[in-house]
Design a protein around this ligand. Structure first.
Ligand code: DLL
Length: 439
């Protein structure tokens, strides 16, 4: 590694002194407050916190006075409560799962998109990506940010981007071979699936020019990264992001691959104790709370990501001064990530509560089938429905399945259960059994 040249997209800002980063952060925070005060959503909240002008923010420590924002708040503000610019200036909308049927949306102006793409391009450059790369993006295109937001960043880097989107593994392999793909972007579980297909289809390593993969969108361990690296014979880089924060590239590994740098000129990152909301001591685990510093259309202040991580206190040998975070160790809510798709048990419950003939009890099982995740929803039906014709029961199962897939965008297996057959929990109902191995 010592011999390797360390790549930068913008060396000045990536290696800026702490004082310079903090100067940029303070200016960015004031700017975001000015934007937030233009929205119906934040105006009242900021007033209650004693903030009626950007000048009420004097130092970075004043961020502690600001209110938090949650996924639930975004649902309340749906669709346009957080809009800080005239609607005509919005050029793109993305969305992710909400805790119920209302999705969490973000909107971006052209400038917002340019900044988000530049952050993504900076991340790719930090990992050694260049304009000579052929990048195959195997993340879903559409509302999910892993498709388009990554795509625009890779294009800005100057790479040749192939938007194959997710699935269709045989075509992925054909394109990888025929176009000499050097970098792929996929979830860790899909990378394993791809490896199995490479073997099955009899591709030889020398048929492929693949040298690296960017992976993220779901938790994975260091052991899993090693396994993928060994199997595919490539370097695998961890990438963190979320729709609400403009998608992938919020935190990214440099060529040393020892934790992800967070881009502190574009966001303020706090790690807080999720019960007291006090900052955790350096090096200890807390909930990541993020304030966006450069988004005009939709400001976001102290957004509770629910993701748990810690700062890595030691400086990185790459010379970047932007801090690093460790792999995520969990979440402070019950969100499941199934093949990279976020699913809340409350979304499943919402479908069941609306359906006729369904009883009071249900159970969600998530397990591995090969390298992919499988979701099963066991549903108790009412005694009347149970006594009905098999055709009625089958129709109910099909309807539940299609309503759930419409809401959560993945296909669950729905198992109909006899009334009283599912375990009744005492106290707080335990409705989810995540049987996936922890790595
Ligand atoms: O997953 C954005 C993304 C796309 C990130 C492609 C990386 C690569 P959401 O669908 O909104 O956005 O899901 C965000 O996924 O709060 C984490 O819980 C989880 N997550 C994302 N990246 C990682 C990662 C995209 N590298 C939620 N490790 C986040 C662990 C991750 N969890």
């Amino acid at each position: 590694m010592a011999e390797r040249e360390i790549p930068f997209r913008d060396r000045a800002i990536e290696t800026a002194s702490r004082a310079e980063i903090e100067r940029v952060q303070l200016a960015g925070l004031k700017r975001q407050i000015a934007q937030a005060l233009k929205t119906d959503f934040y105006r009242g909240r900021l007033a209650s916190a004693g903030i009626s002008s950007p000048d009420d923010i004097r130092t970075l420590a004043d961020i502690r006075k600001l209110p938090f924002t949650t996924k639930g708040d975004l649902r309340e503000a749906y669709p346009f409560g957080l809009l800080a610019v005239p609607k005509e200036e919005v050029v793109r909308v993305h969305a992710s799962s909400g805790t119920t049927g209302t999705p969490t949306v973000i909107y971006l102006t052209q400038r917002d998109l340019d900044v988000a793409s530049d952050t993504m391009a900076r991340s790719l450059a930090a990992a050694g990506g260049t304009r000579h790369d052929v990048v195959q993006n195997m993340m879903t295109y559409g509302l999910f940010t892993g498709g388009l937001c990554f795509h625009y960043g890779a294009e800005l880097l100057g790479a040749m981007v192939i938007p194959t989107s997710s699935g269709n593994t045989l075509r992925q392999l054909k394109f990888m071979k025929d176009f000499g793909t050097t970098m792929i972007h996929a979830t860790p579980s899909y990378l394993l699936h791809l490896h199995a297909a490479i073997e099955e289809e009899g591709y030889r390593r020398e048929d492929l020019k693949l040298r690296m993969a960017i992976t993220g969108a779901e938790p994975h361990s260091e052991e899993l990264r090693q396994k993928i690296q060994d199997k595919l014979g490539i370097e695998v880089y961890n990438c963190y992001g979320m729709s609400e924060l403009n998608g992938p590239g919020v935190a990214f590994e440099c060529v040393f691959r020892k934790g992800m740098h967070v881009w502190e000129d574009r966001y303020i990152f706090e790690l807080l104790n999720p019960e007291t909301f006090e900052p955790v001591p350096e090096g200890e685990t807390g909930e990541l709370v993020v304030t966006i510093l450069c988004r005009d259309a939709m400001p976001l202040i102290r957004y509770r990501t629910r993701d748990l991580t810690r700062f890595i206190p030691e400086p990185c040998p790459c010379g970047r001064t932007h801090r690093r975070i460790a792999r995520f160790t969990g979440r402070t809510d019950d969100m499941l990530i199934i093949n990279g798709v976020n699913v809340f048990p409350s979304q499943i419950e919402e479908v069941l509560l609306k359906a006729k003939g369904v009883g009071a009890n249900y159970f969600i099982i998530v397990e591995k089938e090969g390298v992919l995740d499988k979701l099963t929803v066991q549903v108790e039906i009412t005694p009347e429905t149970f006594a009905d014709d098999a055709r009625v029961i089958n129709a109910l199962r099909d309807r539940l399945k299609s309503e759930m897939s419409a809401l959560i965008t993945i296909n669950p297996i729905v198992e109909i259960k006899q009334p009283g057959s599912l375990p009744v929990s005492e106290g707080k109902a335990k409705r989810v059994d995540d049987r996936r191995p922890k790595d």
